[in-house]
Design a protein. Structure first.
Length: 312
């Protein structure tokens, strides 16, 4: 029988990039080149094949740190791991495992959070899994475990962090014709900003090419906060100018220790059409019931580490 390629694949690329693909087509790409202050995912493509996220703010260069989908925090032991005008850095130190499959492809990496003096104060083990949805939709599941490398690390009170999403210009409410919708029925920044919700959706205009012509369609991203996250249901930082993030520390600090790591899980759903509360509620239920990932040293040939779902 001829070799069969898995439906979902992880493909390492030159220049410190990794392509996450379904049926041989890229759905999302991971960038970890040290020329950037921290790693990020770009593009994150919708069913149209066009990216639903963007690099930076459409009208303000002081928001160039908004790189599509990224991990960051504004106040870590008094230092800024959010903006670009800081010496603090997040650096991928190694990839741990790439796993292809017909139902999902999974990438595990390790990164260090280095303060302004160049000292690594925290380690981040990230697992990113890509799964196909119906009619070209994509699920990107992100799990991270943060562990202090020495003394306890404090994520101080802040609206900014840990996982942020900068939407494409046409999807933003101000710049395009986007709509922000929460699991609690709120619509728009004034109703939703700072409020708690199990999920958040940002949907709007995307240009799709049909028979050689560009036509406008509606697509978006639903961002799910896992029920076991310490801040669930998180309070959300959302803006009409096109970004959203679950605020882990909006109402207080989180202390991370060697023997007490921080574990979080999020899910991003790139979908057709506007927000659908019924579909989102069902996805949230399945996500909350699903087992997370574990990374372990491998006993198999030609592998250093394994990444797999935890056994229930």
């Amino acid at each position: 029988m001829p070799f069969q390629f898995p439906k979902c694949q992880i493909l390492p690329l030159p220049d410190d990039q990794v392509s996450l693909q379904i049926d041989g087509r890229e759905r999302v790409r991971w960038h970890f080149d040290a020329k950037y202050p921290r790693p990020f995912f770009y593009p994150f493509n919708g069913p149209s094949g066009e990216t639903l996220t963007r690099m930076g703010h459409p009208g303000a260069q002081n928001h160039d740190h908004h790189r599509s989908v990224w991990w960051a925090h504004a106040k870590v032991d008094g230092e800024d791991f959010w903006g670009d005008n800081t010496k603090a850095r997040i650096r991928q130190t190694r990839w741990l495992a790439y796993s292809d499959g017909d139902t999902e492809a999974v990438m595990a990496t390790s990164a260090g959070w280095f303060n302004g003096d160049g000292k690594e104060i925290m380690e981040q083990e990230m697992v990113a899994a890509i799964r196909p949805g119906p009619e070209g939709e994509t699920f990107l599941e992100l799990q991270s475990t943060f562990t202090s490398t020495g003394a306890p690390v404090t994520l101080e009170q802040s609206n900014f962090g840990l996982l942020a999403v900068r939407m494409a210009k046409g999807i933003a409410t101000f710049w395009g014709e986007g709509q922000i919708t929460s699991s609690e029925g709120g619509r728009g920044e004034p109703e939703i900003f700072g409020q708690s919700a199990a999920w958040m959706d940002y949907s709007g205009a995307v240009a799709r090419r049909v028979k050689g012509k560009r036509v406008t369609v509606t697509e978006g991203i639903t961002y799910f906060d896992h029920a076991k996250n310490p801040s669930h249901p998180s309070h959300w930082h959302v803006r009409e100018d096109g970004w959203m993030g679950a605020s882990l520390c909006r109402h207080g600090a989180v202390v991370i220790k060697k023997d007490k790591p921080l574990h979080v899980r999020f899910l991003l759903h790139a979908h057709h059409g506007a927000a659908d509360a019924g579909i989102a509620t069902r996805i949230a239920r399945m996500f909350n019931a699903s087992p997370g990932f574990e990374v372990s040293k491998s006993k198999r040939k030609h592998r250093q580490f394994e990444v797999q779902r935890r056994k229930v």
